[in-house]
Each structure stands twice: as structure tokens, then as C-alpha cells.
Ligand binder design. Structure first.
Ligand SMILES: Cc1cc2nc3c(=O)[nH]c(=O)nc-3n(C[C@H](O)[C@H](O)[C@H](O)COP(=O)(O)O)c2cc1C
Ligand SMILES: [Fe+2]
Ligand SMILES: [Fe+2]
Length: 399
């Protein structure tokens, strides 16, 4: 990945792979790295679309210079001010002093705040265009996908949508950068994990963005993270549409918190019941040991969720409580929820899960199970019943 790559006429990928950042946003693990995709479009004038994360400046700049082949850089289009894309704005302007920075009204205060830049800013409105000579670039705001100032850039000449965080995914480029150069499960899993971790909270605004972009004839979707799509744009748009509509697959995530295994036995009994009920897609997660982004990813994928926790210092076990908090923030819909708790003296876990269930407003599947110390065979049968009921409920209406 040391060279720029031609991605369509006059258009180059000048992005980088990042294997050094271990936690994206200091939160989300990157076992397969992450890519920051940035682009250069050459018309009569030259334009860069987004930059990359700070420490990768030299790598990025080499590629930009390679594509420019001695020309100067006229425009930097800032689709999104988050520093993983716009962090190099001031540095780039120092290298190319004539650089004009293109953003919208909500970009301006962030540009001033992060980079002290107020001059040479071209402010564009939603739907406005900038013709760089041979490449009419249109800008469409997509508020909160991922920040208030987020926008996409559409090149009407090549019918390419530079979508920034939208349609983005974790994972560095391992070989090629395009969808037809990677196996779909590889990119889809990491795209959904990115969606669930970063974008899911704003799902209704994703729906708005999709509606806004619907009229465009799009041949390529080139996001700022992960795979570049040029083969079957429809399938990618459909994924985003489904995820943001809370449309799910038939399956159940069972996530638990347990110190000494008693609550885990309950969770395993639930899984047994789900299997008995004929549902194969069961994902059992120890909330203390599996990364939250994997659990969130599968919650976003599947229709059913069962949460179990023991009581810890009078409240719900902390790692399950943390998962509940993340879910409240993302407000999943159209899913089914089952809950179970354990205790030895004061209780607390199940009551907290009930409060969570009320707050998240998901349809409930029973029975609720509350277990004293170690689960008895009757307790485990109740857990299995919860699993069977969940299987029946998630199967209903699905093939
Ligand atoms: C450090 C610690 C704190 C606990 N706090 C409470 C509590 O406040 N109230 C309660 O009813 N049980 C409490 N328990 C008991 C556990 O909820 C109970 O033993 C449960 O069966 C443990 O499930 P596990 O085997 O899945 O870890 C606590 C246990 C431990 C180890
Ligand atoms: Fe972002
Ligand atoms: Fe990003």
C-alpha cells in the first residue's frame, strides 16, 4: 500500500493502512487494523477528498504528491471534521499554501477550532456543486452520519460517491482495496461492527441520508474506511438500509456476566432451549471477555437478545450493565428481549435488567428467571423454556 491506486477516471486512492492504533476512538479494538481512505481527483483544477489520521502524514503526502506529479493542490474537500479524516488539514495547507478548503456551514467552526483556519474556506450548501473542470463535484450534507457537519461528495463525471464514514468498515486493506478483491464475509463483518459501534445510534438519520442520495446514479461508493465498492452497489446500499431500519436475521445473542459460572450455566441452558427451538444462529458471549463491539455487532444482526447477569454489590454485574448502557445509547428496535438474573442475598441484577428493558422498550419474551445461588434443575428448565420461547418468537415471520 505504498503507492496511489487509480480507482476511476482521474481519481486516485491515496489512503493508508493503520495497524498501530490498537483502539479506534480509544474504545474499539482493531485486530485487523483500519484503513483511512482518502482520494485525489484531477480535473483542470486538483482536489483532495479528505485526509488521513495524523501519524500517517508522510505516507499520505507521498501519495498525494505522486498523483499530482508536480501540479499544485487547489482544493481539500472536508467531508467530515473528525481528526481521523481532517486531522492533517493544517499540515496539508502548509505544504500547499494556495489550498482552498471546502466544507459546509457546520464545518466552519470546527475548522477554526481544530486548526485555526478561517481563510481560504469555500462554504458550500446542501446540493451545491464545485466544478474543478471535467469533474462536477456535488455536496450533500448527511447530518450525524457521523457528526453534524458530515457530508458526502458526488462526482457526476464518474458517478462516484465519496461517502466518508457512511458505508465504512474496520479492517485494513489486506490485498486489494475493492469489494471484488476481498471475500464478502470478511468486509461485511467488519462493516457491521463499525456500524454497530459508531453509526447505529444515528440509524434514523442514516435512513434520511439514504433517501436523500436515492436519486443519484451511483456506480462507485468510496468510503473513508474499509472496502471500496464498485461491483454491486445495490447490495451495499441494501445492507445500510436494513441495518438502519433495524431489519434483522433469525438468530439470538445470549450475553451474560458471571464470576463463578452459575449465571453462565443459566445462559447455556437458554442456548440449549434456543437450539431445541430450531434456531441455529446462537451467539453466546461472556460480557467480561468478549469485546463489546462484537456483541453489539451481533445484536445488530439478529432478532433476539437474552441478557443474564449475577448481582454484584447490590447491582447488575458491571460488564452486563456496561452493555446495557451501550444499548440504551443506540436504542435498537424491532428486536425481542429476554432477561434473567442471579443473587445470593440482596437481589438486584434482575431488577436492573427489568429497568433496562423498560428503558430500551423492546418487546419481551418470557419467562423472566431469577435464581438463588446455584441454579436448580427446575431453574435450568425455566431458562431452557425462555430459550425455546425466544426461538419460536424469532422464527415467527421468517423463513
Ligand atoms: C464480589 C461479590 C459481590 C456480590 N454482591 C452481591 C449482592 O450485593 N447481592 C446479592 O444478592 N448477591 C451478591 N453476590 C452473589 C452473587 O450474585 C451470587 O453468588 C451469584 O450466584 C454469582 O453468580 P456467578 O456464579 O454467575 O458469578 C456477590 C458475589 C460476589 C463474588
Ligand atoms: Fe467519524
Ligand atoms: Fe471516520
Amino acid at each position: 500500500m505504498h503507492k496511489a491506486i487509480t480507482v476511476t477516471k482521474d481519481t486516485f486512492w491515496v489512503g493508508v493502512n493503520d495497524y498501530e492504533t490498537d483502539l479506534f476512538e480509544s474504545l474499539w479494538p482493531l485486530p485487523q487494523g483500519v484503513a483511512y481512505n482518502a482520494y485525489v481527483v484531477l480535473g483542470e483544477k486538483t482536489a483532495a477528498i479528505d485526509t488521513v489520521k495524523g501519524p500517517k502524514f508522510d505516507d499520505y503526502l507521498d501519495k498525494v504528491a505522486e498523483t499530482l506529479a508536480g501540479r499544485s493542490l487547489d482544493y481539500l474537500i472536508v467531508n467530515h471534521m473528525e481528526p481521523d479524516h481532517a486531522g492533517l488539514t493544517a499540515q496539508l495547507k502548509r505544504v500547499y499554501p494556495g489550498l482552498k478548503i471546502v466544507g459546509n456551514a457546520k464545518t466552519a467552526p470546527l475548522l477554526k477550532g481544530y486548526h485555526g483556519i478561517e481563510e481560504d474556506v469555500v462554504q458550500v450548501k446542501d446540493g451545491e456543486s464545485l466544478d474543478i473542470g471535467g469533474h462536477p463535484l456535488f455536496f450533500y450534507t448527511i447530518p450525524m452520519v457521523h457528526w453534524p457537519e458530515s457530508m458526502v461528495t458526488y462526482d457526476a463525471a464518474t458517478k462516484t460517491l465519496f461517502s466518508n464514514d457512511a458505508f465504512g468498515g474496520f479492517g485494513a486493506h489486506e490485498g486489494g482495496i475493492f469489494d471484488d478483491e476481498k471475500p464478502r464475509p470478511r468486509w461485511e463483518d467488519e462493516m457491521l461492527r463499525y456500524y454497530a459501534a459508531i453509526v447505529a445510534r444515528y440509524s434514523n438519520l442514516v435512513q434520511g441520508a439514504l433517501k436523500k442520495l436515492k436519486g443519484l446514479e451511483i456506480k462507485n461508493i468510496y468510503p473513508a474506511h474499509g472496502t471500496l465498492f464498485r461491483t454491486d452497489i445495490g447490495q451495499v446500499a441494501e445492507l445500510y438500509d436494513r441495518w438502519s431500519r433495524h431489519d434483522t436475521e433469525c438468530g439470538v445473542v445470549v450475553a451474560y456476566g458471571s464470576m463463578y459460572g452459575n449465571t453462565r450455566h443459566m445462559a447455556e441452558a437458554v442456548c440449549g432451549g434456543i437450539c431445541e427451538g430450531g434456531v441455529k444462529n446462537v451467539r453466546l458471549y461472556d460480557a467480561s471477555r468478549s469485546d463489546m463491539s462484537l456483541i453489539l455487532r451481533d445484536i445488530w444482526r439478529y432478532k433476539g437478545l437474552v441478557l443474564l447477569g449475577c448481582t454484584y454489590n447490590t447491582v447488575l454485574f458491571p460488564t452486563v450493565a456496561a452493555l446495557c448502557e451501550k444499548l440504551i445509547n443506540r436504542m435498537p428496535k424491532n428486536r425481542l428481549l429476554g432477561i434473567a438474573g442471579s443473587y445470593s442475598w440482596s437481589k438486584g441484577a434482575l431488577a436492573a435488567l427489568r429497568a433496562f428493558a423498560d428503558a430500551v422498550k423492546l418487546e419481551r419474551v418470557g419467562p423472566e428467571v431469577e435464581v438463588f445461588t446455584a441454579p436448580t434443575p427446575a431453574d435450568l428448565e425455566q431458562c431452557a423454556e425462555l430459550g425455546r420461547n425466544m426461538a419460536k418468537a424469532v422464527s415467527a415471520g421468517q423463513q
